[in-house]
Write a protein that binds this ligand. Structure first.
Ligand code: 5GP
Length: 213
């Protein structure tokens, strides 16, 4: 059985990075898709861990080669998801988390309609503004752009199957984990693993009891 594609989107500062990191620490059988980006490296980020940081020309080369499952311009930079990584993960039966924006989520659904999509909502605009300001990783103009874009992003919440309100982090982590685990328990996803159980409920095993053995 293939793994699930888990799309997680939120406005910048919505806290999806923290939630995903905590969930990945405790759940087995799940990988994280490291995106390619043309954005400058920021704060404590590391190339190959947080993103693959590439130049515009290299990004365009990757587009030409068809390496991206999706790519989009977000807050003035380009971001893209590796198709080969995602396919290898789900084909090996592992779930894979895509931390991407609302445009990317839309593109992924077109290629993989069965993808699970989750929108992380901050408890209010004011809380989002405070979190983004406290993070202090963006210059003022970039921070404002991210706040302006948050309106357009939150507007699209109805495109997502699940909503996690990130008010209290511990609760939001449990919510995110619960969604991923519940998706794995869907009947359709367990048809392979329950086959042996169902096979044991066959006519000959029941007949023994009818005969009183
Ligand atoms: P940041 O610059 O704060 O790391 O990310 C900015 C936005 O780009 C976030 O909404 C993030 O989820 C999104 N993003 C990160 N990687 C990708 C990607 O591969 N594709 C798309 N479409 N968006 C991405």
């Amino acid at each position: 059985m293939k793994g699930n594609l888990i799309i997680v989107s939120s406005p910048s500062g919505g806290g999806k990075g923290t939630l995903i990191k905590e969930v990945l620490k405790v759940l087995p059988n799940i990988g994280y898709s490291i995106s390619f980006t043309t954005r400058e490296i920021r704060g404590r980020e590391e190339n190959g861990r947080d993103y693959f940081f590439v130049g515009k020309a290299q990004f365009e080369e990757l587009i030409k080669k068809g390496e991206f499952l999706e790519f989009a311009e977000v807050h003035g930079n380009f971001y893209g998801t590796s198709m080969s990584f995602v396919k290898a993960e789900i084909d090996s039966g592992r779930d894979v988390v895509l931390e991407i924006d609302v445009q990317g989520a839309d593109s992924v659904r077109k290629t993989f309609p069965e993808a699970v999509s989750i929108f992380i909502l901050p408890p209010s605009f004011e809380v989002l503004r405070k979190r983004l300001t406290a993070r202090a990783t963006e210059k003022k103009a970039d921070l404002n752009l991210r706040l302006i874009n948050s309106f357009r992003e939150v507007e699209r919440f109805e495109e997502f199957e699940y909503i996690v309100i990130n008010n209290e982090v511990t609760k939001a982590i449990i919510d995110l984990k619960t969604i991923i685990l519940a998706e794995r328990l869907k009947r359709i996803r367990q048809s392979g693993s329950i086959k042996a159980i169902l096979d044991s409920f066959n006519a000959s095993s029941v007949e023994k009891y009818i005969a009183g053995d």
